[in-house]
Structures are given as C-alpha cells and as structure tokens.
Design a binder for this molecule. Structure first.
Ligand code: HEM
Length: 176
C-alpha cells in the first residue's frame, strides 16, 4: 500500500510541479479536469500511504526481531515521512479543498523548477499558505536524510533492476 500510494503521489507531483500549466493546457487538459484528478487520485493515494505507513510501523513494533533491528535512523525516517505525508494531505484539504484555495502551479511549482536548475526564486514562496510551506520544508528535510536511511533502497533497487545483467540463453545442438 505504501509503495502504490507513493508511486501515485510521485506521478502527481511530477505533473503538478514539473509540468507547466501551459503544457497541460496544450494537451487539452483543463484546470477543472486537472483539479478533479488531483483531488480524487491525490487524496486517495495520500490516504493509502497513511494506511500503509501505519501497517508497516505496527509490523515493526509487533515483530520482536524487526523491533530489535530497528535503528534510531529508522525512527526519525518513519516520523519524518509521516509528517511530510500528513502535512501534504492537510495542505490539500485545508487549502485547496475546504479553504480559499491556492494555485501552487504558479508559485511552489515555479520555485521548485528553479531549485532544479540551481536558480530558485525564494520570493515565489513568500505568499504560499503556511501548510504548503511546512510540507515543502519537511519534504526537503526528508530528501536531505534520504541517502543515510533505508529509503536509499528506492534508487538502489530501481538502478539494480534497470542495469542487472540479463540471462543469456545458449542453444546447444542436440548430442546424438
Ligand atoms: C520539495 C518537494 C515537494 C513539494 C514542493 C511538494 C508540494 C506539494 C503541494 C503544493 C501539495 C498540495 C497539492 C494540492 O493542494 O493539490 C502537496 C501534496 C502532497 N504531497 Fe507533496 N511536495 C513535495 C514532496 C513530497 C514528498 C517527498 C512526499 C512524500 C510522499 C509528498 C507527499 C504529498 C502528499 C501525500 C500530498 C497530498 C496528496 C496529493 O496531492 O498528492 N510530497 N505537495
């Protein structure tokens, strides 16, 4: 559940943060349709992550072998991941579903693309609702500790699968 939810939210964040509005508009995706998919699929995926996270933590607490092998880094990572996801859901519900709304595609997304090209414009983040600012800050903290936590498996496994040696089939002629 955690992985399914995270992959869905990852795709949603790529769409929301990396793809400018004019590109989705050029593909015929209206703001209304974008918002509908974001609210339904995004919220569902976030709730699935929370449920998956709760199950994984319960498993880690109840199985004594797993509990004994858990490190302080695991605890910090699980706590920070939960904070990031809960703040993301809270920002979505509190600002864009129940609140006055905020068009993050014109602020957070433009700032985030600036970070990727090493020219971030921090002023774009000043008028952003606090919940979205806190979610972004927590996400950056999670990215900072990522390489020293077990989350590193996300890249290690992906690279391992893409570059693993392929089995070679050798057809031998029948003897006799
Ligand atoms: C710096 C990186 C990130 C930025 C700038 C960012 C930004 C945002 C924004 C603006 C929203 C609100 C969307 C809306 O109102 O519709 C959101 C929602 C959310 N974020 Fe992030 N986020 C980041 C990283 C992450 C990470 C690493 C996770 C961890 C899984 C995450 C999980 C979520 C979840 C669960 C939601 C609510 C559901 C959804 O809209 O997908 N975010 N994020």
């Amino acid at each position: 559940m955690l992985h399914l939810g995270v992959i869905t939210v990852f795709v949603g964040h790529v769409l929301g943060l990396l793809v400018p509005r004019r590109w989705t508009a050029a593909l015929g995706i209206s703001d209304r349709f974008y918002h509908l998919i974001s609210v339904t699929a995004g919220t569902l995926a976030g709730v699935v992550i929370v449920a998956g996270l709760a199950l994984l933590v319960a498993r880690r607490v109840h199985l004594s072998a797993l509990r004994r092998s858990s490190t302080a880094t695991d605890v910090v990572m699980y706590a920070l991941l939960a904070v990031v996801v809960l703040l993301g859901l809270w920002a979505k519900a509190g600002v864009n579903m129940l609140g006055q709304g905020h068009d993050y595609r014109e602020t957070v997304a433009v700032w985030f693309r600036g970070v990727l090209v090493l020219r971030p414009d921090a002023s774009l983040m000043t008028g952003v609702p606090v919940l979205m600012q806190l979610h972004t800050l927590a996400a950056l903290a999670l990215m900072a500790i990522w390489p020293i936590t077990r989350l590193v498996h996300a890249w290690a496994v992906t690279i391992g699968v893409l570059w693993r040696p392929r089995p070679v089939r050798v057809d031998r002629p029948h003897a006799g």
